[in-house]
Ligand binder design. Structure first.
Ligand SMILES: Cc1cc2nc3c(=O)[nH]c(=O)nc-3n(C[C@H](O)[C@H](O)[C@H](O)COP(=O)(O)O)c2cc1C
Length: 209
């Protein structure tokens, strides 16, 4: 890419907030999608996709998702202390999108949309039966940024479908995760590059030559 680029410089605050956020969401890409299942205190199950989602800590294993506004997933994950992150894969993409429709708190997206659930091993919220991976979490803490709230969850159990494993390792081609891009764009995994890390000794030798 040209090293002398003509750039558009955008100070935060120089644009309306939503417009600025739209641009950020189009460049912080691709984002994995957590398909979050929760259960309310009244026992109503809930399911919704969240692409503000990533790893927060390796040891202990902590994942995070963000509720933009106070959505039902946040409400349930904080009031009951449990949630499940299901993999949003290609085979479920229409159901994932349908579960983003803002059904009222007392309506169950599994039932509304005919999405099959199965019991989790360690927490009360159910898993999505048709998702190849479910990660069961206990809510560890939240960080409030005003409109948005980040939810941190400690992973207590991981369930992986045998159908996506190559030996003991999940195969990316079989997982077929969907990712979120800008606007209403989603993507599948593109070409896979297998790139080994460079040991310090090798980097030093390359510098010398
Ligand atoms: C692909 C995708 C990603 C989304 N990511 C988020 C997100 O990171 N945070 C959020 O609050 N809403 C996100 N949404 C919107 C929520 O899914 C939507 O507001 C949903 O109604 C929230 O459901 P709930 O109230 O049952 O938790 C996303 C929607 C889609 C389709």
């Amino acid at each position: 890419m040209d090293s002398k680029q003509q750039r558009r410089e955008l100070a935060a605050g120089g644009l309306p907030e939503r417009q600025f956020a739209r641009l950020l969401k189009a460049v912080v890409v691709p984002r994995p999608i957590a398909w979050v299942s929760t259960t309310s205190e009244d026992g109503v199950d809930n399911l919704a996709p969240h692409s503000f989602f990533t790893f927060a800590s390796e040891v202990p294993p902590i994942l995070q998702f963000t509720s933009v506004g106070r959505n039902d997933s946040l409400r349930n994950a904080t009031s009951t202390g449990e949630f499940v992150i299901n993999l949003a894969d290609l085979s479920n993409v229409d159901a994932v999108n349908a579960s983003a429709t803002p059904y009222p708190h007392d309506e169950d997206e599994f039932a509304e949309l005919g999405i099959e659930r199965e019991p989790s091993a360690a927490v009360r919220p159910p898993r999505v039966a048709g998702s190849p991976v479910s990660i069961e979490c206990r809510t560890e803490s939240t960080v409030d940024f005003g409109e948005s709230v980040v939810v941190f969850g400690r992973v207590v159990h991981l369930a992986i479908s045998e159908s996506v494993l190559d030996g003991d390792h999940p195969a990316i081609e079989k997982l077929a995760p969907m990712a979120r891009l800008g606007r209403n764009e989603w993507s599948e995994i593109g070409r896979i590059h297998r790139i080994d890390r460079i040991p310090l000794e090798a980097a030093r030798r390359a510098d010398e030559s």
